[in-house]
Design a protein. Structure first.
Length: 708
C-alpha cells in the first residue's frame, strides 16, 4: 500500500484498519482532502491503482491526539470523503441504502470484506442498542480530554451553538464560510429570545492549537454582561452539554450528528453528511445529488445514519488486541477506561484522596493503575501515622483484604472504607512470588472471602437481576475458561505424577489444600481450619473413594503455612499431586472437597460436585453441597449468574502491556497457553529460582511505565 503523509495510520498499525480482499500493496491512500492526498490521487491515476481517502473515525480517540492518545478508528472512503459535500462519497451511498436485512449486503457498496463474528439477524435492534450505549456513556470523538462532570450546568431552555476551528476543510467543503457562523449565531439569538445562548469552543482552540470562527466582538457587550450569551471554554464532554439542551445550532460539526443521536433539534448552516435527509433543519446549501437520493429512498431514520456512519463507513482496531473489531467493542473499551462499565457500577463515589494503608513497596507499584476510577489522588501511609492524617470529608481509606482498621482512624474515614484483594483470574505465576495481578477487586461493603458481613459481591449475587445478554455473555465466558484451562495463578509445570493415578473405578475425590493462615480460612472457616482436618474429614466420610490431595502452590513454594507431614498424607490419601495443574486434576475428579478454595469455583465451571466445609463466596447459592449455612444468601443462582457476578461485575482487570482496563475475556485469551511457557522457564523450584523470580517480578512492577 502506498501511503501519502499519513503518519497517524503508520503509527497506529493502519494495516489492521485497511485490510481488503485485494492486495494491500496495490492501493494508494491519502489523508482526507489535504494537499498530500491530491498527490496520492495523481499517483493512483498514473499507476491505475484504487485510491482511498481516510480520516479519523467518529469515535476517534480515547483522549485528544495531542496527548498521544490511541487512534481507535478510521473512516475509509473509496469515492470521496464524508465531509466533502461538493462530491459524492461512500457515506451518502450507505445512508441511501439504509439498513440491509443481512449485514453482508453492505459489501455491495463497500470495499470492506471484514466479516463480523456477531449475530446479525436483527441489525436494526443492534444499531438501536449501540446508539443507546453512545447516549448512556456519552461517547464522542475525543473521549477522555473532557469529562462529563466538568460540564457546566446550563440554564433551562438553553441553546447550544457550536464553534469550529478556523481553516477547517470541512467548513469550506460544506458550502460554508466565516459568514455562515455569523448567520448561525444571529439566527440562534433571533429564534430564541428568551433563552441563554451557549457557544461551545472547539477542543483544539482550548488547547491553544487553533483559533475558532466565532469572535467575542460579534456579541454585544450587554449580552455578555447579562450572560445572555456565554462562551464555554472549559474542557468537558460535549454530550454532557448536548443532553442539557433541546436545540443545537451548527455549521457542520460532528456535534450536530451527536445531537441528532440524542434526539435534539439540530439546525445546520453548512452541508454536513447528516444534513439533507429530513432529520435536520437545514439553512445552508444541500447538494441536489443528496436530495435526489433522499427522494428515491424515502424516509431516512436516525438508525440509518448510525448504521452508515458507525458500522459501514468506519473501521476499528482494539487498542489491546491490535485486531479489527466491532463498534460495540470500542464503545465498551471506552466505558471501561471511563470507569462507568458494569464491573464498576457498584462504585458511585469518587474520592478526592484515597489513602492506602500499610501497602508493600511492590503493591505500591501497581495499585495506582487500578485506583484511577476511585480517587483523584492516591497516597500511601503507615497505620502508625494515621492519627496525624489531615483527611477531608471526601477522602477515603483503602485496606488490603480483611485487615482490621488501624487504631485512631479518623471518624469520618471510617465511613469511607474500601477493601482490596486479588481477583479470581490473577496472573501467570504466584502472588507470593511477587507476580503483579491482572485483576483486583475493590469492595466498599466488605470483602468477598469474609462471610461475617456482606460484601459488594454478595450484594450483586443476592440482588441483581441478570438479563439475557448478561447470561449469554457469562455462558460464553464459562466455555472460554473451560477450553483455555485458565485458572487463578496458571502455574502449570511438566509433571509425571499422574503415572501413579489409578482409581480402578472408584469415585475420585480431589481434596484441595489451602494456606492455613490465609484470611479466607480465618474468617470463613469456623469449624474446619486446617488442611489436615479437612483431609481427615473427607476420608472419614468417604472411606471407599479414591482421594487425591493437592497442596496449595504457595505452601509448596515454602512461602506460606499449611504443610501436612508426608506420612499423614500417605495414610489418608491415595495420591498426592504437587506439580500437576489444578485444572487437570479437577477434570479427572468426580467431586472436589474444599474449605473455601477458589478451586471449588473452578470445579463448578466444569460441572463437578463441590463440597464446601467453609463459607466461600460461591457457597450458599444452591450450587454446592454446604457444611455450613449463610442465612443472608437466600437466592438460588444459575452457574451463569454466579459467573457474571463474580468475574464480570465484581473485579477490575488491567492489561499490563497497554496499561488499559480490559475484560476478563481478553485477560483469559492473553493467559491461554502462557502457563506452560512460564513453567518451562521455572522448572527448578529451588530457593534461588524462587527468589530470582521474585527479583524479576518486582523489577518489572517498579519499572513499569504505561505506554498508552
Amino acid at each position: 500500500m502506498k501511503l501519502f503523509s499519513t503518519p497517524k495510520v503508520q503509527q497506529k498499525s493502519g494495516v489492521f484498519f485497511l485490510n481488503h480482499s485485494t492486495d494491500v500493496n496495490e492501493n494508494a491512500l491519502g489523508w482526507g482532502l489535504k494537499p498530500s492526498a491530491a498527490r496520492a490521487k495523481v499517483y493512483a491515476d498514473q499507476h491505475n491503482l484504487p485510491f482511498w481517502r481516510v480520516e479519523d473515525g467518529f469515535i476517534g480517540y480515547l483522549n485528544h491526539p495531542t496527548a498521544k492518545s490511541n487512534l481507535l478508528s478510521l473512516s475509509v472512503d473509496t469515492t470521496g470523503i464524508y465531509y466533502d459535500a461538493t462530491n459524492p462519497s461512500d457515506m451518502e451511498a450507505y445512508i441511501a441504502a439504509g439498513i440491509p436485512e443481512q449485514f453482508s449486503a453492505r459489501l455491495n457498496l463497500s470495499n470492506d470484506e471484514y466479516v463480523s463474528s456477531r449475530d446479525h439477524r436483527n441489525l436494526t435492534a443492534r444499531v438501536q442498542a449501540f446508539r443507546q450505549s453512545l447516549i448512556d456513556n456519552q461517547i464522542t470523538k475525543y473521549n477522555l480530554c473532557g469529562q462529563a462532570q466538568n460540564a457546566p450546568l446550563l440554564e433551562r431552555n438553553a441553546v447550544l451553538v457550536i464553534d469550529q476551528t478556523f481553516g477547517d476543510l470541512s467548513v469550506e467543503y460544506s458550502y460554508a464560510s466565516a459568514d455562515s457562523f455569523k448567520k448561525m449565531l444571529q439566527a440562534a439569538l433571533d429564534e430564541n429570545p428568551n433563552s441563554t445562548i451557549y457557544i461551545k469552543t472547539h477542543p483544539d482552540v482550548l488547547l491553544g492549537k487553533k483559533t475558532g470562527f466565532i469572535q467575542t466582538e460579534w456579541v454585544k457587550a450587554e449580552w455578555l454582561a447579562s450572560k445572555k450569551v456565554q462562551f464555554i471554554y472549559q474542557a468537558c464532554n460535549p454530550i454532557a452539554l448536548i443532553q442539557q439542551v433541546e436545540r443545537v445550532y451548527t455549521v457542520c460539526s460532528q456535534m450536530g450528528f451527536e445531537a441528532l443521536l440524542n434526539s435534539k433539534h439540530v439546525v445546520t448552516f453548512g452541508a454536513p453528511f447528516y444534513a439533507g435527509w429530513g432529520l435536520t433543519d437545514d439553512r445552508g446549501k444541500i447538494p441536489q445529488r443528496r436530495l435526489q437520493l433522499k427522494s428515491e429512498r424515502g424516509v431516512v431514520s436516525i438508525d440509518d445514519l448510525v448504521f452508515a456512519a458507525y458500522f459501514c463507513y468506519v473501521r476499528y482496531v482494539h487498542p489491546i488486541s491490535k485486531k479489527r473489531c466491532e463498534p460495540e467493542d470500542i464503545a465498551h473499551f471506552i466505558q471501561l477506561q471511563k470507569g462507568v462499565a458494569g464491573n464498576n457500577s457498584h462504585h458511585n463515589k469518587r474520592f478526592d484522596t484515597l489513602y492506602c494503608c500499610d501497602f508493600s513497596l511492590w503493591k505500591r507499584a501497581f495499585l495506582p493503575y487500578f485506583l484511577r476510577h476511585y480517587a483523584k489522588s492516591v497516597k500511601f501511609i503507615k497505620s502508625e501515622n494515621i492519627h496525624n492524617l489531615k483527611a477531608k470529608k471526601n477522602d477515603g481509606l483503602l485496606i488490603w483484604g480483611a485487615k482490621p482498621l488501624p487504631e485512631k482512624t479518623p471518624e469520618h474515614l471510617k465511613t469511607n472504607i474500601l477493601r482490596c484483594e486479588d481477583g479470581f483470574v490473577r496472573s501467570i505465576g504466584l502472588g507470593a512470588d511477587l507476580r503483579r495481578p491482572a485483576s483486583l477487586v475493590i469492595d466498599k461493603t466488605g470483602i468477598y472471602f469474609d462471610p461475617r458481613q456482606p460484601s459488594d459481591l454478595e450484594n450483586i449475587l443476592q440482588n441483581k437481576v441478570f438479563n439475557k445478554t448478561e447470561i449469554k455473555r457469562a455462558e460464553k465466558l464459562i466455555t472460554l475458561l473451560v477450553q483455555s484451562k485458565v485458572s487463578k495463578y496458571n502455574v502449570a509445570q511438566v509433571s509425571t505424577e499422574l503415572d501413579a493415578f489409578q482409581p480402578d473405578g472408584k469415585k475420585v475425590i480431589l481434596v484441595v489444600g489451602q494456606v492455613e493462615d490465609d484470611a479466607s480460612i480465618q474468617t470463613g472457616c469456623p469449624k474446619t481450619k486446617t488442611n489436615s482436618s479437612l483431609l481427615k474429614q473427607v476420608r472419614q466420610q468417604n472411606p471407599d473413594a479414591y482421594l487425591v490431595y493437592k497442596p496449595h502452590p504457595d505452601v509448596l513454594s515454602g512461602n506460606r503455612t499449611g504443610d501436612i507431614p508426608q506420612i499423614e498424607v500417605e495414610s489418608l490419601a491415595d495420591l498426592q499431586v504437587q506439580t500437576t495443574s489444578i485444572i487437570e486434576m479437577i477434570e479427572l475428579a468426580d467431586e472436589l472437597h474444599t474449605m473455601s478454595s477458589l478451586a471449588g469455583f473452578e470445579a463448578l465451571l466444569r460441572g463437578k460436585k463441590v463440597h464446601c466445609y467453609g463459607m466461600p463466596f460461591y457457597a450458599g447459592w444452591g450450587l454446592t453441597h454446604d457444611d455450613l449455612v449463610i442465612t443472608r444468601r437466600t437466592k438460588k443462582l444459575t452457574l451463569a449468574e454466579l459467573v457474571h457476578g463474580s468475574l464480570i461485575d465484581y473485579p477490575k482487570y488491567i492489561d499490563w502491556e497497554s496499561g488499559f482496563f480490559t475484560t476478563p475475556e481478553q485477560i483469559i485469551e492473553g493467559f491461554t497457553g502462557k502457563a506452560e511457557q512460564f513453567a518451562g522457564r521455572s522448572q527448578l523450584n529451588t530457593f534461588f529460582s524462587r527468589n530470582w523470580r521474585k527479583i524479576r517480578f518486582i523489577v518489572e512492577a517498579l519499572t513499569y511505565k504505561q505506554t498508552s
